[in-house]
Design a protein around this ligand. Structure first.
Ligand SMILES: Cc1cc2nc3c(=O)[nH]c(=O)nc-3n(C[C@H](O)[C@H](O)[C@H](O)COP(=O)(O)OP(=O)(O)OC[C@H]3O[C@@H](n4cnc5c(N)ncnc54)[C@H](O)[C@@H]3O)c2cc1C
Length: 495
């Protein structure tokens, strides 16, 4: 009798374990592209016991497509960068959703200075080509991107104009514009923060594909299979819990308990944490129990995460020419300090107005009268707090100052702005590799991706998100690939 009971017990435990291994429970923290990608891959592979906890009241994370007047605009990710090896391109191109656009580095941009003059075409070409190849710098010696860039700029551009006083002055003043535009690509506040070296590898092909309709949000629909055929949507809706802010991840060899700020808690075999590295940095001491290991903390420390700001404006009528796409703004040094008198509203830094942190306006493709005003630099978190009224007046003031002589610029009448840096669920825009940490043969991103495992090596706490991708960090395609990677890690346990 006894032996039959033991047998029955062992039989139940065995089958329970098989069931567990076949359908483990998984909590995903964050419903950005990496979290949604992980969830959809798990669902497609019959791992159905999943719960996605999202702090915001929407899914998408740093993909945030918003209705603006009679059109859609992206407050977060906007471009699909590259084709080969790019999961976004692979998923969207066959559906005919992508088209070429003119990004910040386009040859078609015009550069104006704060006196209202278009920059001499030869110098403008020189500045644009410098910008196009800004990361092609000497990476030996652990220099910052800014220092390495300036070293090259001195030789390739400034030296060329040594005997042309006027061009030399403009090319020297252009350094601020170049820094502003470069940090826009990098996501840092200054160009002294990123390392000159990088592991980022651009996917071959068009670096500036945009969405013909609907904005970047459609990639989430493609992942969830609700596009192109809504009937084929994966059963994901009831697994996503919005406004569930996770503030504790407690784990041991038996699994994980995840607690939220509303005192609800969830248990599972595994958790995939997809929050931005900014959120990890801010909450690293309180979010995990036991605390994160030293290697993980080092990886967080080595990863830079600041941010840029987008202000989206609409004009009631067109004032630009048909072939105009983007305008870059080159602040002349002496104008920088004068504008406080002309436009005194809003924050300032070292005596310089926030408005001088506007360095470009970029036409939004397929949106006839809408521009994105790009703002970058150390004042961004302060600028995010400025009222919409002041922001709109500041944009109107700057655009008229630069373009008012050549164009009959009217006032924009509608505005929308991003607040990524001050939103506690993001605390920045995209990650970069910090100066002082870059090592050619070591990946802090891979270290960030390493799961925390039980005593048998089984992963319990897994990490996804753009900053965990060794070569495609900072992008949506990197984020999606990282989510698929971590879902794969859980599915491997079933084999
Ligand atoms: C302004 C801007 C422009 C960009 N432009 C481009 C571009 O053109 N092309 C491109 O490829 N990429 C671009 N990016 C980067 C791209 O958007 C990101 O790399 C990508 O969206 C990151 O996805 P993720 O899933 O890693 O993180 P996220 O999108 O940040 O998702 C993480 C989720 O976790 C949630 N969360 C955070 N904390 C908690 C918590 N405690 N509890 C529960 N949930 C939490 C967040 O709310 C968020 O939804 C841009 C980003 C920004 C902000």
């Amino acid at each position: 009798m006894m032996s039959r009971l033991v047998y029955l017990f062992l039989f139940l435990v065995y089958n329970f374990n098989i069931a567990l291994a076949k359908n483990p429970s998984v909590i995903i923290v964050g419903a950005g592209p990496s979290g949604i990608a992980a969830a959809t891959k798990l669902l497609e592979n019959s791992v159905t016991n999943i719960t996605i906890l999202e702090a915001e009241d929407r899914i998408g994370g740093r993909i945030h497509t918003v209705e603006f007047g009679d059109t859609f605009v992206d407050l977060g990710a906007e471009y699909c960068h590259g084709e080969k090896g790019n999961i976004v391109f692979t998923l969207a191109n066959n559906l005919g959703l992508l088209e070429h656009s003119d990004p910040l580095s386009s040859e078609n941009n015009k550069i104006y200075d704060s006196k209202g003059s278009a920059i001499d075409s030869e110098l403008a070409l020189e500045l644009k080509s410098t910008l196009n190849t800004y990361d092609d710098v000497d990476t030996t010696g652990n220099a910052s991107l800014g220092d390495a860039f300036l070293k090259k700029y001195n030789v390739t551009v400034l030296k060329k104009y040594t005997n042309e006083e006027q061009n030399l002055e403009v090319a020297t003043d252009a350094i601020k514009m170049l820094q502003d535009l470069i940090v826009m690509h990098e996501g840092s506040f200054t160009w002294q923060q990123p390392a000159a070296g990088r592991h980022y590898t651009a996917c071959e092909g068009d670096q500036a594909l945009t969405w013909k309709r609907g904005g970047y949000r459609i990639i989430l629909d493609i992942l969830m299979k609700s596009y192109p055929n809504p009937d084929q949507k994966l059963p994901i809706d009831d697994k996503i819990l919005l406004t569930k802010k996770v503030n504790k991840v407690i784990w041991n060899d038996n699994g994980v308990v995840v607690r939220c700020s509303d005192n609800s808690s969830f248990t599972a075999d595994h958790v995939i944490v997809t929050t931005s590295v900014g959120v990890l940095e801010k909450n690293k001491a309180s979010l995990f129990e036991p605390s994160l290991p030293k290697e993980k903390l080092n990886a967080i420390e080595a990863t830079g995460f600041n941010g840029i700001m987008k202000i989206i404006i609409r004009y009631p009528q067109k004032w630009w020419k048909d072939d105009d796409v983007n305008f870059f703004f080159l602040w002349r040094k002496r104008d920088l300090f004068k504008i406080i008198d002309e436009f005194p509203d809003g924050p300032r830094k070292d005596g310089v107005s926030w408005a001088s942190f506007i360095s470009a306006i970029v036409k939004v493709p397929n949106n006839a009268n809408v521009f994105v005003v790009w703002v970058s630099g150390e004042l961004v978190p302060e600028i995010e707090k400025v009222s919409e009224d002041v922001l709109l007046r500041g944009c109107n003031y700057v655009i008229k100052k630069f373009l008012g002589k050549d164009y009959n610029v009217t006032d924009a009448d509608k505005i929308l702005r991003s607040q990524w840096n001050t939103n506690p669920n993001f605390l920045g825009t995209y990650s970069y590799e910090k100066v002082g940490y870059f090592k050619e043969d070591f990946s802090y991103q891979a270290q960030l991706a390493e799961p925390l495992v039980d005593n048998k090596g089984k992963p319990i706490v897994l990490f996804a998100g753009e900053a965990t991708h060794p070569t495609l960090y900072s992008t949506v395609h990197g984020a999606i690939s990282s989510g698929l990677r971590e879902a794969g890690r859980i599915m491997d346990l079933k084999k």
